[in-house]
Design a protein around this ligand. Structure first.
Ligand code: COA
Ligand code: AMP
Length: 656
């Protein structure tokens, strides 16, 4: 690969399009292989593609052993800072390698073999990073589940991934409350095995099985002083062993990195689709390692010894790629922050962290910037800290509105970089490739397609639209390394979910346009996925939870505009005939129900009770019209509407 100074974006992009095989074989040199690949792309089973079909490697060895061997053993690999407890801890590369090797030994001791799944349900503590890398070390497939999800979401994921072991902790800490994980894990398992002594909750998304059929054998619990609950209290419940992390470690022997095929699955990460059943995005070892290593230098401009802080959560793809794997594959220092941008203790948290850890690149979500702006509009806190090490603030996860962009970009001494991607791709589809060549910024645009991605805008029939015209954003196949090769549970669902609507292309589910200069603009989703504070949620999943309330006849959940979170979920419900329930009570019960089943992260609070939902004559709920009315936008009465007076009633209910 040429030196940074000599590369231009145009050249790199052209090469990735015209000579993809050479381009990605060359990029594979950024990774240490056990058997170096002789080929980049395997297209024999198109539209299912694999990268580096004959390569073998170990990702944890690339993230740890490699840097110790290169003399970076004493460099900080992981800096942990908990604003929730005030505790801080650093791990050098040598120390992290030791911890990961030992925990790999714990997993082995519990019967985890190459290819077995391990569910990880942990808060933002070092154990999350250690558990993930330990899985990678022995070729086990991790599936991290975000701590803000409740029992039902956990159960659905456990049932789909069939893990042998669950790694968890007594809990997480949110401002003002502890989130106890163990009762949630127990409830999830009880839902799967139909243990009525623990929970009555049964949902249509879970097929009850017997305890003998349950894949989970052991739950490993990391005890946290700040949160009640430990393994001993739960041991034996729902037919599984609950064991203590620390006790297990004392008995464990360190384990070396095993050789795995580049095409083996490294992890499964569930993401919301149109239905309530989440999709298990599969990530491979080889393609992902190469793509991340390439992105670290070409997009983020992060090199060995640099400090990157991604203020996300390990439960999201951003956390997988840029808290855990990316920075460590680059020999950099990664920062793990347990806390919020505001309120823990104040809106200066981000700037304190930058000063304290000498952060070069900070990666966060627009919603966090809006939260800071609301608390500290004059950025008084920024002036209290020396943030001179910061060279760029990267944002992703939702659309970066131009107002937020200008506000933060004007105040900081360094550029703010919007970039667009999704759980499925694993890394940016469109970005400003700062590590190659910083391009001029156009506010409202995440800049240009990243080398490897062929972005096209098509109409509903798959025809390319003119520059500047909005349409469905699709990616021409094959997707570059790092992007999902398939979904867990089979290629069929992958093909039908993403590759069928526009043959030869991957449908991103986003709409937008590309301007005359090739800049991409992402405007919103074309499906029923909503984005609340950078968290991706399925309206179908929320509807399923609400439908379980005995008073509800019909429900539509819509994403409405929210000043802080971008969008928030609003429920529109009708009641079963003859139901007499106080509306205030109903709203409280529905909010509690969503919190209990989907989780607090849904931040569900808005319920509107209607006599009827607006529908077409064929019975389809007019979601777009409901959203337009809720957002106070002008709208057209759809020609297919069954009864236009329903809209008048909706307007009245919303006080429009
Ligand atoms: N475990 C348990 N509960 C969680 C949780 C977790 N890991 N994360 C969030 N929650 C809870 C919150 O406590 C809150 O509960 P509450 O209703 O009792 O207050 C609820 O879920 C909603 O959380 P959130 O949407 O995060 O709102 P917030 O008010 O706590 O904070 C922001 C608002 C903007 C500060 C916050 O959303 C934020 O930092 N967002 C960054 C988004 C991000 O990193 N996205 C990842 C993609 S890059
Ligand atoms: P997730 O899979 O949770 O990362 O969510 C991905 C979705 O978030 C994308 O499909 C977009 O809808 C949205 N998104 C992420 N980043 C951006 C961005 N920079 N601009 C606009 N939308 C974004």
């Amino acid at each position: 690969m040429g030196t940074t100074e000599m590369r231009t974006y145009a050249d790199e992009y052209r090469r990735s399009m015209e000579q993809p095989e050479e381009f990605w074989l060359e990029a594979s040199g950024l990774v240490d292989w056990i058997t170096p690949p002789t080929r980049a792309l395997d297209d024999r089973e198109a539209p299912i593609y694999r990268w580096y079909p004959d390569g073998t490697l170990n990702v944890s060895a690339n993230a740890l052993d490699r840097w110790v061997a290169a003399g970076r053993g004493d460099q900080v690999a992981l800096a942990y800072d908990s604003a929730m407890t005030g505790s801080k801890r650093t791990f050098t590369y040598a120390e992290l390698l030791h911890e990961v090797s030992l925990f790999a030994g714990v997993l082995r001791g519990r019967g985890v073999q190459r290819g077995d799944r391990v569910a990880i349900y942990l808060p933002m503590t070092p154990e999350a990073v250690i558990a993930m890398l330990a899985c990678a070390r022995i070729g086990a497939v991790h599936s991290v589940i975000f701590g803000g999800f409740a029992a039902n979401e956990l159960a659905v994921r456990i049932q789909d991934a069939e893990p042998k072991v669950i790694v968890t902790s007594s809990g997480g800490l949110e401002p003002g409350r502890a989130v106890e994980y163990l009762p949630i894990v127990e409830k999830a398992l009880a839902m799967i095995v139909g243990d009525r002594s623990v929970t009555d909750a049964v949902t249509s998304s879970i097929a009850v099985i017997s305890e003998d059929e349950l894949s989970v054998e052991t739950v490993i619990v990391r005890d946290r002083e700040a949160v009640p609950g430990n393994a001993a209290e739960f041991d034996g419940r729902v037919g599984v062993r609950w064991v203590d992390w620390a006790t297990e470690l004392e008995r464990a022997e360190p384990v070396g990195a095993v050789e795995v095929a580049a095409t083996d699955p490294l992890y499964i990460l569930y993401t919301s689709g149109t239905t309530g059943t989440p999709k298990g995005v599969v990530r491979d070892h080889g393609g992902y390692a190469v793509a991340l290593a390439w992105s670290m230098r070409s997009i983020y401009d992060i090199h060995p010894g640099d400090v990157m802080w991604t203020a996300s959560d390990v439960g999201w793809v951003v956390g997988h790629s840029y808290i855990v794997y990316g920075p460590l594959l680059a020999g950099a220092t990664t920062v793990l922050y347990e806390g919020k941008p505001v309120g823990t203790p104040d809106a200066g948290a981000f700037w304190r962290m930058v000063e304290e850890y000498g952060v070069k690149v900070l990666f966060s979500a627009p919603t966090a910037v809006r939260a800071i702006r609301r608390e500290d509009p004059g950025l008084e806190h920024l002036r209290r800290y020396d943030t001179s090490t910061l060279e760029a603030l990267f944002l992703a996860g939702e659309r970066l509105d131009t107002e937020t962009y200008h506000w933060i970009n004007d105040a900081l001494h360094c550029p703010v970089v919007d970039h667009w991607w999704q759980t499925e791709t694993g890394w940016a589809i469109a970005a400003n490739p700062r590590g190659i060549e910083p391009l001029p910024v156009k506010p409202g645009s995440p800049t240009v397609p990243v080398p490897g991605y062929r972005v096209a805008i098509v109409d509903g029939k798959g025809r390319q639209v003119a520059a500047g015209a909005e349409g469905n954003i699709v990616l021409e196949l094959p997707l570059p390394p790092g992007s999902l090769p398939t979904l867990w549970g089979g290629d069929e669902r992958y093909v039908s979910s993403y590759l069928t609507a526009f043959p030869g292309h991957y449908a991103t589910g986003d709409s937008g346009y590309v301007d005359e200069d090739g800049y991409v603009y992402v405007m919103g989703r074309t499906d029923d996925v909503i984005n609340v504070a950078g968290h991706r949620l399925s309206t179908g999943g929320l509807e399923e939870a609400i439908n379980h309330h005995p008073a509800i006849a019909e429900v539509a959940v819509i994403g409405v505009r929210d000043e802080l979170k971008g969008q928030r979920a609003a429920g529109f419900v009708t009641l079963k005939h003859g139901t007499a329930i106080d509306h205030e009570v109903l709203v409280k019960e529905l909010v509690a129900l969503v919190r209990e089943t989907v989780g607090p992260v849904a931040a569900f609070r808005d319920v509107t009770v209607l006599d009827r939902l607006p529908k077409t004559r064929s019975g389809k709920i007019l979601r777009k019209t409901i959203r337009q009315i809720a957002d106070g936008e002008p709208y057209k009465v759809p020609a297919t509407i069954e009864d236009p007076t329903v809209l008048t009633a909706l307007e009245a209910a919303l006080g429009r």
